[in-house]
Design a protein around this ligand. Structure first.
Ligand SMILES: [Zn+2]
Length: 410
């Protein structure tokens, strides 16, 4: 069976085929390290880590880029609140904590982990090209992308420009200066004392979405196979990224598959700092093994909204122990059967839009058979190798420091 993946652009599943056979490029929007990260971030990055591992196992050389947004309103606000503390210090402190959480969850380090502030020349160059191609305009020290000049603006969201204009939009605060309500900042003038860089439009700093476009194009070229992130980024961030990238490069489509993970809620309420209902991975890791938490996060389909409750994590304990016991049993040490029925059943499940929960059901049934002594020969070893593909350390999955994986099909 062929891997079929859903793309938000077109709202349909299609057979996955990278632009260059055997090579897959993935860009996943990273965090803005102005504060703590929560379980919702872990959910997203564990999902994309597992996708990366699976694509590698299928025989692809995967290049995975995940950025750090280290200059934006929030970073500046926190710096001011902390008495003008340098932003790189705030970034490095929060990033180290975030990285440590993901390391413990056995998430592989990205192939490239770029900072937005290291890409100012590329951002300025992209902005200049957009202006030169008639889709950007300057007002004072600000430069905007004029959304209406881009054909099919709104395509990712599947709605017209008029409908998009009615949505809540973080770009709307400067509306009074813009030609159209959906126009968004490529470059912005700064308040006195804020971090700034010299540009053809004066001292300023980048807009939000152009940062990801510049980093994606710098490290993956004009087109990417997969662009991932939370569903809350579909508008305006990713809609803007398409408009920017295709204007700069002329290549279409910018991205083959737009993959968006669902949102993690706590007892039915969106997690947010202002509501004080954040669940942190590092707190859960005091009481649960990292692989147990990874199993919990992977038990939700990446595209579905997940609802965290303490009870659900505990309830998975029995399944977790069963998988671990079967994967570390005596028979699991032998060679895996790549063409066996278990591997085929696993493949059929996961190939349907990366349905890891269905694949885990297959593996759990196999674990029951292994522990009951009724499994087919080679099943225990196959079970172990398939759990390793999903990133479980107890099954021998490669650890975070590996960074770049080379293809190693079973
Ligand atoms: Zn982004």
């Amino acid at each position: 069976m062929t891997l079929r993946l859903y793309s938000t652009l077109g709202h349909a599943k299609r057979d996955f085929q990278p632009l260059v056979p055997g090579k897959v490029s993935i860009y996943v929007c990273g965090v803005t390290p102005y504060d703590v990260t929560h379980l919702g971030h872990a959910f997203s990055y564990v999902q994309f880590d597992t996708l990366r591992r699976y694509l590698t196992w299928l025989g692809n050389d995967v290049r995975y880029v995940q950025n750090i947004t280290d200059i934006d309103d929030d970073m500046i606000m926190v710096s001011k609140r902390q008495g003008g503390r340098p932003i790189p210090e705030i970034r490095d402190e929060n990033d180290a904590i975030f990285r440590n959480d993901l390391d413990r969850l056995n998430v592989l380090r990205p192939t490239v982990y770029p900072f937005a502030t290291d890409h100012i020349p590329q951002i300025i160059d992209s902005t200049a090209k957009i202006v030169g191609r008639g889709r950007g305009y300057q007002v004072g020290g600000d430069v905007f992308f004029e959304a209406a000049t881009f054909p099919n603006y709104g395509q990712l969201n599947g709605v017209t420009i008029a409908e998009l204009a009615k949505r809540e939009n973080p770009e709307s605060k400067r509306e009074y200066k813009k030609r159209g309500p959906l126009d968004f900042l490529l470059w912005q003038e700064v308040d006195p004392g804020d971090p700034s860089w010299d540009s053809p439009w004066g001292l300023g700093r980048p807009g939000w979405s152009i940062e990801c476009t510049a980093m994606s194009m710098a490290h993956l070229g004009d087109q990417v196979d997969i662009h991932g992130g939370g569903r809350d980024l579909v508008f305006p961030h990713h809609e803007n990224e398409i408009a920017q990238a295709e204007t700069v490069s002329g290549a279409h489509p910018f991205c083959g598959w737009w993959m968006h993970n669902g949102m993690l809620q706590l007892d039915g309420v969106k997690m947010s700092k202002s509501l004080g209902n954040l669940v942190l991975a590092r707190n859960l890791l005091k009481d649960f093994e990292a692989d147990h938490l990874r199993l919990y996060l992977l038990s939700n389909h990446y595209r579905a909204d997940a609802n965290y409750t303490d009870g659900e994590l505990q309830a998975l304990g029995e399944r977790y122990e069963r998988l671990k016991l079967a994967a570390t049993s005596e028979g699991a040490a032998g060679p895996a059967e790549a063409g066996g029925a278990l591997a085929a059943e696993f493949g059929a499940a996961i190939d349907d839009d990366f349905d890891v929960p269905a694949a885990l059901d297959v593996l759990d049934r196999a674990a029951v058979r292994v522990l009951a002594g009724s499994a087919a020969p080679g099943d225990a070893a196959t079970l172990r190798s398939l759990l390793a593909i999903l990133g479980f350390a107890f099954a021998g999955a490669k650890g975070p420091a590996t960074g770049h994986l080379s293809p190693s099909p079973v």
